[in-house]
Design a binder for this molecule. Structure first.
Ligand code: IMP
Ligand code: MG
Length: 174
């Protein structure tokens, strides 16, 4: 099937919004250290840009869970492919995601992290597709709420490609 990408959010729009979120998060965590947990691979571009805009001390860790493969539909199967390197006990955790779609991934991940004894667990996502939600997931910091379209770029992939686009594009299937 042929496909092409149309720009939904420009590089400037995305970077401006991440700057705002960085300022807001820095204010909310005044006097604390934020332990950023990036959900690989999609969250990695947002993580880098966000971390640079946060002015309180930050530590980083990474986790990888099973994701879509070549299909654009969620399989509903969530599996930890790579766990965290460090314990999170006593830490203020902020989970960094690329997108919340059905919410299945985070409905699995957030309770699991909370069980490990952190002081707090919050969630930030660059993109949110609220119309697609199947489970109850509370997002603390949202970059953009977007319509129910398949998007790529800024870490998001279609069949592992397009992650490197510096903007958010809509995948249009011709
Ligand atoms: P959820 O479990 O359905 O909320 O979504 C899990 C994951 O699916 C996200 O973290 C993304 O990696 C991927 N995903 C969902 N929607 C899109 C999309 O529009 N483009 C690319 N990946 C997506
Ligand atoms: Mg993801």
């Amino acid at each position: 099937m042929a496909q092409h990408v149309e720009i939904m959010l420009t590089e400037e729009q995305v970077e401006e919004r991440i700057r705002e979120l960085g300022e807001q998060i820095s204010r909310d965590y005044q006097g604390k250290t934020i332990h950023l947990i990036c959900v690989l691979k999609g969250g990695s571009f947002y993580l880098c840009e966000l971390a640079k805009r946060i002015t309180v001390p930050v530590t980083l860790d990474f986790m990888s869970v099973s994701s879509y493969g070549a299909s654009t539909k969620s399989s509903g199967v969530v599996r930890i492919v790579k766990d965290l390197d460090e314990p999170i006990e006593g830490k203020d955790v902020l989970v960094v995601e690329d997108i919340v779609d059905s919410g299945r991934t985070l409905s699995y991940l957030l309770p699991l992290l909370k069980d490990r004894g952190p002081v707090s667990v919050k969630l930030t996502t660059l993109l949110d597709k609220p119309d697609r939600r199947e489970t109850d997931v509370k997002v603390d910091y949202t970059g953009f709420a977007i319509p129910d379209k398949f998007v790529v770029g800024y870490g998001l992939d279609y069949d592992q490609k397009y992650r490197n686009l510096p903007y958010i594009g809509e995948m249009v299937f011709d």
